[in-house]
Design a protein around this ligand. Sequence first.
Ligand code: MG
Length: 373
Amino acid sequence: MKRIAIIGSTGYIGTQALQIVEKYPDKFKVAALTANSNSELLIAQAKKFKSDYAGICNADEYRKVKDSLACEVGCGTECLKDAASVDCDIVLVAVVGCVGLISVLAAIEKGTTIALANKEPLVAAGELVTKLAREKGVELLPVDSEHSAIWQCLRAGHKSDLKRLILTASGGPFYGYDKSKLFSVTPEDAVKHPTWQMGKKISVDSATMMNKGLEIIEARWLFDTLNIDYVIHPQSIIHSMVEFCDGSVIAQMSSPDMRLPIQTAFSYPERLESDVKPLDFCNMTFLSPKEDLFPLPKVAKKCLQTGKTAPCVMNAANEAAVALFLNGKISFLQIGELVQKTLDAATVREYGSAQEIFAVHNETYEKLMMDYN
Ligand code: MG
């Protein structure tokens, strides 16, 4: 029986993770749950899964949660730390944004295996996170579908024979658009993803292709290589590939369903039956990235080369720009412009601690929110 803490249990990944716990009650048990502000769903989940701990980030909702549950209840960003520090076998970090770094660091400190669905902590502080995880012998199990694919494909050969990682990207809802059409897309258009039904932030990241940029950085830290390319594959059947030195390319395929990578991390090293639809062997196509229209993956690669606090600044600027876009304050094309402008103006520096990363993140994020609100 594996005890699992789910950080971000009411979101897109968290709710699907609970479906897996429900399907395998003899294999998985909920140890802790946290939600951002959806107190009603959190209360229902904590009761149903008999969680030992429930955390609500929005302090206004604390009383309601506390009065409804008999288990330990926490609130504020502290709960992201407390929930990830409970006694358990796996901490699934499934919140959105750099804030998930709080839980990642707490789980490492405690020595608990991390199932990582939240990519921003590795983008902002990948060098620090992987160093601390190595020191503590903590495994980082990927839940992002591309990285889960690569993780599985890498088992086909020796790491020393790896030539490159090839991430696949659906291309998002606007791949076929030209600049004039991109100029007028709305938040409603941007959150309609062609192959995945996801949360708003990641849907916008997919539409701008920043998601692939973030994933390139995530892959660099998870798999310790800089040889990372990506290709557009609109059907999202191949979740990513690895190429070995002999030219063999190994791909992992399935119907697009996030329950699979979540379950793969939970059950590792075993495999379990799943409810994922059998693969429909439709026509699979591959297209070239359009980096003139969607430059953010290139920007991310550049930040990776620059290193230091550059990826943290890029990520914070993107988090702010996406929030501003969703609130109708800036246009779709301004997201990329804001990220680039912020990077151009930033003083990139070395960092040694998570506190420094949080300071750079908050400063960058808050300045943009103030300038454009
Ligand atoms: Mg992904």
